[in-house]
Write a new protein. Sequence first.
Length: 160
Amino acid sequence: MGSKFNKFLGFVIFLILLSIIALTAVAVVKHHAVPGEGLEKKYDRPVDASKGKFGKDVQYNLIGKMWIQLKTEKDKPNATLIVSPWLEYKEDRTFYEEMDRKHGEIKSIITKFFASMTMEEIQTKNEDLLKRELIGRINEILVMGKIDRILFNDLQFLVE
């Protein structure tokens, strides 16, 4: 009894797989489905990513949204900072390529910078001073140019 049932289930699975393959082939042939299309989320970016959309200078905006666990104090809840940094610089394709190569290092510097502070320290620190310190640390690793300004698209705190 069990072997007939297993054969029947095998036949049903075979028919289902055959149907899926056939329907996929028809969709691809009729251009209703294009392999690989729709798998990547499209972000609002300029055609040339080295040219930002805001301000008079160019902005490097490929860092994206960062979630950074902040330093905690005794008897205080854990906090996470959500930040989307944009780095503003004078238009220079070579400098853009250097920043793109050092993308990971820049993210690491930003993460370490904010992770070394508590939520209260970030909130009470002068915003201009905070930005100058961060720009200074990023500029230390850059050779082909310097960051002029840093902008934060998001600056939110999540408290546990």
